[in-house]
Design a protein. Structure first.
Length: 499
């Protein structure tokens, strides 16, 4: 499998088609609205408690920009520090290489199962599927990831992968599937959140206690000390990171920070932006291997998988600053109505719309940069100040250019833009076009609104009300009224509108 195959779900329809199906699912929209609204309100409340919130965002953005400019230097420092602390560093150019490395390391232990900490990087490379092909079973231990795995589903949110599922659905999944993966759900299980959490706890406990190998991602790694950080809310990660004998961490190369002191900034921003908490209930930090304490064999797999290519784009590279907080998803009006599956990618929402096309090539995810209203809410919410609207516009231009290169004939959009350019370049042609539009609008209008537009314009009017054009353009009104107004010694703005 290539990196593109894993980041983008093969067989997924383009965003417009997938979104259309999602919009018809009222239960999905209800679940999304309730969950994102709750997280959004909590984030706003705890962020407002910090007087220096904006200064923290500026600092984090500056650290990320500086780190990306010298990424090679910091990665070599990280490798040296991890190695000195007793760990082993592996470099993976793409998803296939990362999967080969992890599979080899697990097989070397003689084990046939692993427990996993929630990890976007391992989802990105399709690690669970790669391990299954090698006869190794991976058990997700995060509650939401467990729900997704038991339901043979796909995650739809960076922070809450099962956000699209309601409590009754989760109960049915547990009752039907838990027994095939280990300890079955208790008889008489209800859909009370406490009962569901207890069922998951009992199901996972035996796996924690017998597992010899764990696989994790990483939120951050500090180049000066070789320290790796994972933050979480449930404690399952802490169990995976401390009980097994071997720990394998797969980390995107952009997660490195120059120094341990930088964690002070990011550990204030991340919990508030992601879960609306002042701090994460569990923050696990480890540096290499410590005799008699925790895993005695630590491997860090540094994953590229399109990141170096993204780094070469001066506008698009800011997407690599993402700390996976999901704040942009929770404020996005498009995500709230369509959910994560519509994006056809491991990375949904606004950040997915800019990150995925760069990791896999814009031609392989051409519809995603258009999956946005460009309202800017994502930019306002981002704790590291990624200008997502700017990157979206940049990628839209690349998508249009890629489409143009692949076609022998110009696209309808290109012809329309060329025609618009010709009209706008001539005042006379623009005035004629305005008169024609006003005339056509009056013929099509009913009650001040235009119904279905003809030809290719029908795609616009199918989902939007189109107001009828004014009977007279501003240009025509100005020309008709300026003489009489000037004669009266007033400016046109001071004169009365003769209409």
């Amino acid at each position: 499998m290539s990196g593109a195959d894993n980041v983008v779900w093969l067989g997924s329809p383009a965003f417009p088609e997938a979104a259309r199906s999602a919009l018809a699912d009222t239960r999905l929209r209800t679940n999304l609205r309730r969950a994102t609204g709750t997280i959004r309100d909590k984030r706003l409340a705890v962020a407002a408690e910090l007087e220096d919130w904006e200064e923290l965002r500026e600092t984090a953005a500056a650290v990320k920009r500086r780190t990306l400019r010298h990424l090679d230097h910091h990665l070599l420092r990280l490798e040296k520090a991890v190695t000195a602390a007793g760990g082993t560093v592996h470099w993976a150019a793409d998803a296939a290489e990362a999967n080969r490395i992890v599979t080899y390391l697990v097989k070397a232990t003689g084990e046939s199962e692993v427990v996993k900490v929630k990890s976007m990087a391992t989802q990105e490379i399709g690690l669970n599927e790669a391990l299954a092909e090698a006869g190794i079973r991976a058990y997700e231990t995060d509650l939401a990831e467990l729900i997704v795995q038991l339901g043979d589903d796909r995650p739809s949110h960076i922070l809450v992968p099962a956000i699209h599922r309601g409590r009754s659905e989760i109960r049915e999944i547990f009752l039907q599937q838990m027994g095939t993966w280990g300890r079955p759900a208790p008889e008489g299980l209800t859909d009370d959140p406490r009962d569901l959490a207890e069922a998951a706890r009992l199901h996972l406990r035996e796996k924690f206690l017998r597992a010899k190998v764990a696989v994790s991602g990483a939120n951050f790694a500090t180049a000066d000390t070789g320290t790796v950080a994972v933050v979480e809310s449930e404690g399952n990660g802490r169990m995976c990171l401390t009980l097994p004998e071997t720990l394998i961490t797969v980390m995107g190369i952009e997660k490195v920070l120059p120094s341990f002191a930088d964690l002070e900034v990011f550990l204030q921003l991340l919990p508030r932006s992601s879960t609306g908490e002042r701090m994460n209930p569990y923050t696990s930090l480890w540096t290499g291997v410590t005799k008699g304490d925790g895993p005695q064999d630590f491997h860090l797999v540094l994953l590229d998988n399109g990141r170096t290519a993204t780094l070469a784009d001066e506008v698009g590279r800011q997407a690599l600053s993402c700390i996976r907080c999901s704040a942009c998803l929770n404020v996005c009006p498009v995500y709230e109505r369509t959910g994560g599956h519509a994006y056809g990618s491991v990375y949904p929402g606004p950040i997915g719309a800019v990150l995925t096309p760069q990791l896999v090539g814009v031609e392989n995810a051409a519809s995603l940069p258009f999956a946005s209203t460009l309202c800017g809410a994502c930019y306002d919410a981002c704790p590291v100040k990624i200008n997502i609207p700017e990157v979206l516009v940049h990628l839209r231009a690349e998508a249009v250019e890629a489409k143009r290169r692949d076609r022998l004939l110009p696209t309808t959009e290109a012809l329309a833009m060329k025609a618009a350019g010709a009209v706008l370049a001539s005042p006379r042609r623009l005035a004629a076009a305005q008169r024609l539009a006003a005339l056509g609008g009056r013929l099509l209008a009913r009650g001040g609104r235009i119904g279905a537009l003809p030809g290719p314009f029908a795609r616009w009017s199918a989902t939007r009300d189109t107001p009828a054009p004014a009977r007279e353009s501003l240009r025509a009104w100005w020309r008709r009224t300026r003489t009489s107004v000037r004669d009266e010694g007033r400016t046109p703005a001071e004169g009365k509108d003769p209409r």
